[in-house]
Design a binder for this molecule. Structure first.
Ligand code: NAD
Length: 473
């Protein structure tokens, strides 16, 4: 007979959204059950996404910097890659973090049920336990945080070990001589960069006219310049129509702005977006509304159309970013605890962890144009930054969007080494409704790349210490 449990809150899915929600519920003294298939919390982000990819990108950075050091008078030998050791190191990072989360979960008294959960009705989840058998969890409140999965394209995502998605690419099955990355978005560019630094000839095929559709073009231009030398080829306005396995690899059929309609690669990586995991969750059994894009519809309190069921993270809509999901998790937990809170982020940062990194938050220039909204934009080129020059990374740009009425900071965009860390200042500025004056008059440490934010704010007045512009007569 199936085992039965009752709890105040059941969280379905243990990724950054789900575990943040479960931990917060426990901290708010709600009896909490976390249901996930893995032995420890972490989800895609920790096991097969953000964390392992960042561990690999760290190695790429080291390899690239070692090669560049030659210019500064230090020459290292060509690196020897021990793939087994590299994989083991990446795995140890994942184990350390997920193990740590397991301990945090236990010490908070969260009951972790390991298995696949399906909603049976609005208060009941049936769990097929990983080690066999089933259990039923009855909960007053349910938070669904089941995440997303890589999009597959029929005819392209064929069943072959040579065709990778983000999950299998992170396993580093081998370093192919040639790799075609389908999709010039976050994953394609990050993982393409990893394989390029490990020695693959990486080509990218992107169906739109530029990399990272949605990001501001002036920022993308900085990144694209460097990627053009890291990658063998970048094809725009081109689609892959078919992939066939041939004796020496994969024959790829291309359509669009390319003069060679078929090309052969050792492997391909399909990175054309992610889809919410809203199927097979039993949401229909509980009467939860899912929209035509597969996202669960929620209000500002992350509540679905069913009063006691909440949805957070990738499942609850874009942007599909871990930090957005974690924040939603905290909000949902507080709502369940009876606090009067809402998800009201003015700025959700986005970071592409390429080299250079590209990051933005708040309003983008692209969005301002689409909305027909007037903004003042300042741009500080890193070629004028002492720190950027001293680390030989003048390839950067810091831009700030201001409200022309009161010079309030509406958005910040940065492309350059370490932009992902720097964008946090932009988030704070937007959230605190800072004015150009606030950034300009805050003394930034010298010599750091953070000074580029201060100087971009100074530029509201036409010039900054390191950027001279003759006054208009
Ligand atoms: P994405 O949406 O970032 O990029 C997909 C790209 O593929 C787009 O540029 C799109 O135009 C292109 N594309 C779609 N179909 C194509 C086709 N048939 N041929 C060629 N190009 C095609 O998606 P992703 O890179 O797969 O990442 C998925 C999600 O994961 C992202 O939305 C992001 O939120 C998240 N993610 C975030 C990070 C991060 O925060 N650093 C890293 C990885 C993934």
């Amino acid at each position: 007979m199936a085992d039965k449990k009752t709890t105040q809150v059941a969280v379905l899915g243990g990724g950054p959204a789900g575990y943040a929600a479960a931990f917060k519920c426990a901290d708010l003294e709600l009896q909490t059950t976390l249901i996930d298939m893995a032995p420890n919390p972490g989800g895609v982000c920790l096991y097969r996404g953000c964390i392992p990819s960042k561990a690999l990108l760290h190695i790429s950075k080291l390899i690239n910097e070692a090669a560049e050091a030659n210019r500064w008078g230090v020459t290292f030998a060509k690196p020897e890659i021990d793939l087994d050791k590299l994989r083991a190191w990446k795995e140890s990072v994942v184990q350390k973090l997920t193990g740590g989360l397991g301990m945090l979960s236990n010490s908070r008294g969260v009951d972790h049920v390991q298995g696949r959960g399906t909603l049976v009705d609005a208060n009941t989840i049936e769990v097929a336990l990983t080690d066999g058998g089933t259990t039923t969890v009855r909960a007053d409140h349910i938070i669904v945080a089941a995440g997303s999965h890589p999009t597959r394209i029929p005819g392209i995502s064929i069943d072959s070990p040579r065709v990778l998605d983000s999950t299998s690419a992170l396993e580093l099955p081998e370093i192919p001589k040639s790799l075609l990355v389908v999709g010039g978005g976050y994953i394609g560019l990050e993982l393409g960069s990893v394989y390029a630094s490990l020695g693959s000839d990486v080509s990218v095929v992107e169906m739109t006219s530029g990399l990272l559709p949605g990001a501001d073009r002036d920022l993308v231009k900085v990144l694209a310049q460097r990627l053009r030398s890291a990658f063998k080829e970048i094809m725009f306005n081109t689609k892959v129509t078919k992939v066939e396995e041939v004796a020496d690899g994969l024959q790829v059929h291309l359509e669009g702005e390319t003069d060679t309609p078929t090309k052969t690669y050792d492997m391909i990586l399909v990175a054309v977006g992610r889809r919410p995991n809203s199927r097979d969750l039993g949401l229909e059994n509980a009467g939860v509304t899912v929209n035509d894009r597969g996202f669960v519809e929620v209000d500002a309190q992350l509540r679905t159309n069913v009063q006691n069921i909440f949805a957070i993270g990738d499942l609850a809509g874009e942007p599909m970013l871990a930090h957005k999901g974690s924040h939603e998790g905290l909000v949902a937990a507080e709502v369940i605890a009876g606090h009067r809170v809402e998800f009201q982020a003015a700025a959700i940062p986005a970071v592409v962890f390429t080299d250079p990194e590209l990051a933005w938050c708040g309003l983008t220039e692209t969005e301002a144009k689409a909305q027909g909204r007037k903004v003042n934009i300042t741009r500080f080129p890193w070629a004028a930054s002492g720190r950027a020059i001293s680390i030989d990374r003048p390839d950067g740009l810091t831009k700030i969007l201001f409200d022309p009425e009161d010079e309030r900071v509406l958005g910040v965009g940065i492309c350059g080494a370490g932009a992902g860390e720097m964008i946090a200042e932009g988030v704070l500025a937007v959230e605190m409704a800072a004015l150009a004056t606030d950034l300009r008059l805050s003394i930034h440490p010298h010599p750091t790349l953070s000074e580029t934010v201060m100087e971009a704010a100074e530029l509201v007045e036409g010039a900054s210490t390191h950027v001279y512009r003759p006054k208009k007569k």
